[in-house]
Write a protein that binds this ligand. Structure first.
Ligand SMILES: N[C@@H](CCC(=O)N[C@@H](CSC=O)C(=O)NCC(=O)O)C(=O)O
Length: 279
């Protein structure tokens, strides 16, 4: 059952927060959904936004300021939580970059994470729920996100180009197999055999060669982002796209940091990018 927690009128539409029992996660999960004005009875395009480390289903709705443009463009925008909550895995709340708030949008295979930490399957389950319960258009789903979630969006789109027709990211952790955040997460969730990591690494997926998004991928990156030098590595994703022939627009912005002031500055561009591709 999908239970409405709260709703707030916004730019002629409504910002809602829900809880439901997830079969992929095996626990209750929360998500937010923005429904633009006039959504009733229409098959509208839908965008899934995946947030970063320490965030929740509320972060994007509160901080990004996307509702005005989503209302104008007639876009449904859905944002899930960033991990299971209440899984009871020992140590899951001990660090901010692994465990609670840090599910990395993959399906864990290593114990003790494999039972509940299945965020990739969860996003696909949530997509089905949104198509069913909010009447979104199955053929017009896009995905974007920030940092951990920017990478999650890239990976989910690259793994399922049949399900997500457009993809973009803000400051994604672009090559997680080659940075401390990713090595910690992949080592914990997938185990120490690095050969299993490539299937969850956007740069590795692009390097396999198939052009999955011929109309292009959009990435924005702030140049004053404190995580850029050690964690994000957009140049590795850029090079993989160049070699594979995958069209990419990577915009580098002087002075912008990693936070939501950066995201709010460019979120309109991302919504228009997706609306243009989804039609
Ligand atoms: N606690 C950390 C900072 C955590 C942080 O910056 N989280 C980012 C995402 S980082 C990659 O996924 C975020 O979006 N935070 C929410 C916000 O409102 O900015 C530290 O101490 O550095």
């Amino acid at each position: 059952m999908t239970t409405l927690i709260s709703e707030h009128a916004s730019f002629g539409g409504v910002q809602r927060f829900y809880q439901h029992d997830s079969s992929a996660i095996g626990l209750p999960m929360r998500f937010s959904v923005y429904l633009p004005p006039g959504h009733e009875g229409k098959r509208l395009p839908v965008l899934f936004y995946l947030a970063g480390l320490t965030c929740t289903e509320e972060t994007f709705a509160i901080k990004a300021g996307a509702q005005r443009v989503a209302a104008e463009l007639g876009l449904i925008v859905v944002a899930p939580d960033t991990s299971p909550r209440g899984a009871g895995v020992p140590g899951e709340s001990e660090s901010w970059d692994f465990g609670v708030g840090a599910g990395f949008y993959l399906d864990a295979t290593a114990e003790p994470w494999a039972r509940h930490y299945r965020m990739a399957s969860y996003i696909l389950e949530l997509r089905e729920l949104v198509l069913r319960e909010f009447g979104a258009d199955e053929a017009r789903c896009g995905i974007f996100g920030h940092s951990m979630g920017g990478h999650g969006a890239l990976v989910l789109a690259l793994r399922h180009p049949d399900l997500f027709r457009s993809v973009s990211a803000f400051a994604p952790i672009a090559a997680p197999s080659r940075c401390p955040w990713g090595e910690k997460a992949f080592g914990g969730y997938l185990g120490t055999d690095r050969s299993s990591w490539a299937a969850w690494d956007a740069t590795e997926l692009v390097s396999q060669g198939a052009v999955r998004f011929p109309a292009g991928i959009l990435v924005d990156q702030g140049l004053a982002d404190k995580f850029l030098p050690d964690q994000l590595n957009p140049h590795l994703f850029e090079e993989a796209c160049r070699v594979a022939g995958q069209p990419l627009t990577l915009r580098r912005h002087e002075g912008y940091d990693h936070g939501y002031y950066f995201i709010a500055s460019f979120v309109e561009d991302h919504l228009r990018f997706h609306a243009g591709q989804l039609g």
